[in-house]
Design a protein around this ligand. Structure first.
Ligand code: NAD
Ligand code: IPM
Ligand code: MN
Length: 428
């Protein structure tokens, strides 16, 4: 039986079908039905959930040239950066003679105000029928959020339900800054060395986010809340396998981030990590406490290549990843489930800059690149999109989140960046 594994080479991750013997598949074998599953699903399909179930549901004919993509603009800067992502999607379609059927759905606070529901039924239907989902950030400022009942706010009312609906347990958050644009990082050149390039793999549908919650008042009349950090071994082993697979195809080093000196959930997490590691003897596992990891991310990010962690740790450390790059605007992500994947920037709706056309669309266009690679197997074009974005910055252009205005900075707007990326992409 052929197996389709995840390859990572330096800053570029490739999808190359590999036989279970470890030999590369011939082109014919590579195009067999199993290997035609979208990459995102292939990893999870084989590694986490067994073969037959997904084979029935996921087989898609790569020969078909139409991919349905649901677009969820979201709130704040969402529509502004989505417009640039759509620009690139249309160009990619044209260049590759594929057809992206793009349909937009209401999602987030905007949907709450227009439909009374942050994740309306019609948007659920649109997402159900899509091959992949491209999502902009959702959410309101602290003050504005108070206009929506707590459980209907877009985080609890739309985003977490989206993740749960498609069981998107594997969240890939690349933290990447090639050397030629490393000047955007607040870190010193000697700390950055050859550039920053690691990936955070965050478990996305477990832990505190989805654990039991109880809110009440004690007999003494004091308000209380409990929220539990819940994982079972299956939830841990499936994300562990994704992380080991990724590490195996990159540098063979996996940093397991935990807090087992305090949390029992981390004790189980580490036990399962060690069990899964037996299937990956060539991957070296390094265990780091989450608090120490936060420091190392600033002092020596080059030691990391693949990091895996539970949901909440991943939320916090991935934003720190954005910090060491210089902006959250450089943080795309992929959220992969067994049957469906969605793609979104790691950052939020940035209410402080919404409507000003200064948001950086790199995270949104990078999410398109991840979709091209992970859902549609368009690895080469995904690399082109990355390259186009980076060469815009390498030419001295900057968005306002990354630089202060100055003589050596050619500041561009959100749509200016999208236009230049399109121009660069056309040359590749
Ligand atoms: P944020 O990520 O929206 O903003 C933090 C800072 O980063 C701000 O200064 C913002 O201007 C800047 N920033 C973020 N993205 C940028 C971009 N593309 N270009 C330039 N600058 C950018 O975080 P926040 O202010 O804490 O949260 C705002 C709202 O977003 C909240 O309601 C929160 O719940 C929500 N949120 C949603 C998601 C999501 O949809 N996945 C993720 C994080 C936060
Ligand atoms: C993220 C966001 C979300 C999270 C919020 C908006 C629910 O911060 O995607 O990182 O905490 O997962
Ligand atoms: Mn976050």
């Amino acid at each position: 039986m052929s197996d389709c594994r995840y390859h990572g080479a330096g800053s570029t991750r490739l999808v190359t079908p590999v036989l279970s013997s470890g030999l590369k598949a011939t082109p014919k074998q590579a195009s067999s039905k199993n290997c035609r599953l979208p990459f995102a699903s292939r990893v999870l399909h084989y590694r986490a959930n067994g073969f037959l179930h997904y084979r029935k549901r996921l087989i898609k004919d790569r020969g078909m040239s139409t991919h349905k993509i649901a677009l969820l603009d979201g709130d704040g800067i969402g529509p502004e950066i989505m417009a640039e992502a759509v620009k690139i999607l249309n160009l990619v379609a044209e260049r590759n003679r594929v057809n992206f059927e793009l349909k937009s759905g209401a999602f987030g606070a905007t949907a709450y105000f227009s439909h009374g529901d942050a994740f309306p039924e019609e948007t659920k239907a649109l997402c159900d029928s899509a091959d992949a989902i491209l999502k902009g950030p959702i959410g309101l400022s602290h003050e504005e959020s108070k206009k929506i009942p707590v459980d209907m706010q877009p985080e609890r009312g739309a985003l977490l339900p989206l993740r749960r609906r498609y069981d998107t347990f594997a969240n890939f958050r690349p933290v990447r800054l090639p050397k030629n644009i490393a000047h955007f990082s607040p870190l010193k050149a000697e700390v950055i060395g050859d550039g920053i390039d690691f990936i955070i793999i965050r478990e996305l549908v477990g832990g505190l986010y989805f654990g039991n919650k109880k809110i009440g008042v004690t007999a003494e009349g004091k308000r209380f809340v409990t929220e539990s950090l819940e994982y079972n071994e299956d939830q841990i082993s499936r994300i562990a396998r994704v992380a080991f697979e990724t590490a195996q195809k990159r540098k063979g080093v996996l940093h397991n981030i935990h807090k087992s000196n305090v949390l029992k959930s981390s004790v189980l997490w580490n036990e399962v990590m060690e069990e899964v590691s037996r299937d990956f003897p060539e991957v070296e596992v390094k265990h780091i406490l989450v608090d120490a990891a936060a420091t190392y991310l600033c002092l020596d990010p080059a030691q990391f290549d693949v990091m895996v962690m539970e949901n909440m740790f991943g939320d916090i450390l991935s934003d720190q990843g954005g910090g060491i790059l210089g902006s959250l605007g450089l943080m795309p992500s992929a959220c992969i489930g067994p049957e469906k994947a969605y793609y979104e920037p790691s950052h939020g709706s940035a209410p402080d800059i919404a409507g000003q056309k200064i948001a950086n669309p790199y995270s949104m266009i990078g999410s398109v690149a991840m979709m091209m690679e992970m859902s549609f197997g368009m690895d080469g074009e995904a690399r082109n999109v990355w390259q186009a974005m980076q060469s815009v910055f390498a030419q001295g252009f900057s968005t306002p989140d990354l630089s202060k205005p100055g003589a050596d900075v050619n500041m561009i707007s959100t749509d200016g960046f999208g236009d230049l990326v399109a121009q660069e992409l056309s040359k590749l």
